[in-house]
Design a protein around this ligand. Sequence first.
Ligand code: TRP
Length: 378
Amino acid sequence: MICEKYVFNWQGAVLLKNILLIFSNILLYTFFMNLSRLPKKDTIIYIANNFMEKQPILFSGIKPTGRPHIGNYLGALKNWVELQHTHNCIYSIVDYHALTIEIKPVELTANILALAKTLLAIGIDPKKSTLFIQSHVPEHTELAWIFNCMTPVAEMERMTQYKDKAKQHKKNINMGLFDYPALMAADILLYRAEAVPVGEDQLQHLELTRIIAKKFNNRYEKYFEEPQAIITKAKRIMSLTDPAKKMSKELGESSYISLLDSPEQIRKKIMKTVTETSTSKTGNMSPGVLNLIELLNHFDNQKASQEYANQYNKGVIKYAELKTAVADTLITYLKPIAEKYNDISDIEVKNILRDGAVEAKDIAQKNLKEIKNIIGLI
Ligand code: TRP
């Protein structure tokens, strides 16, 4: 009897020990897997954050003005996914910003849901990050008003994006278009964010955000951080039809690859890309060929990228083969994204966005209350 009990306990202890071992190994494994995926410069931040359990607050926003393409992905969104390891990320679909350009209601609604699903499909993880819709947290527009009253008109008039957009949309130069940077500053500062991943075109707006933060801190008390830009290393993906221009939806359907294009669409567009252009006579690689070879590189097929670059230099490259390799690489890379996208229902995505707004509001309400207090509102 005693012996049996002893045996039983002994086995139980071994079992427990093994379970603990497996568990600690899983923890160690995830830690080192994450570590190995990080760019070198982020490794130290990651280790420090893991031990100190404090990550810097990061905010970024994306407008729901259309379906994201591979240029948007490489230029910004891929980085958003990676930054989740090192920062406390708050990501917003900035629908109020989208209203500055005329857009049909049904189109706007569809864009918002499609964008949210795309963000989830590429790897934005609602367990790690906060993902929400800007207009679900009214504190953004409230803070924008406070900032309006502190921002000189002359500062706004300097904004190159405003000047460009005003030229492009001559019949709809509205106040929102002009005031766009004040709302953007509110987006960022409402969460007292320290880091903001943006493209180069948004640097001027971020500079204005810092000016507003400084003004507030000087006039009242030091409350806001002066947020720093995290610039995605210049990965300029060029248009497939006009490789002298940056990939953009404005250049037409066949000039870009959407993250959700079907394998047939991808193949068709890639096979039709412009390769040799007049500039290729100068001896430099023609921009169309360079773009294709870079695409191989960016979409994790460095071996093929190197091989075709060598073939080009030797003058033995066959463009049909290069294009097939690019199409295959893109199709393989984008397939799991499309699958994940199709797996997410409208209800699911709406629930995630609703939970995200609750999380965001938690911080936003607390901070706005403090801000109002500081400036004397009761
Ligand atoms: N203006 C940004 C763009 O056009 C979008 C944006 C709005 C944003 N609010 C932001 C980006 C806050 C970073 C932080 O791309």
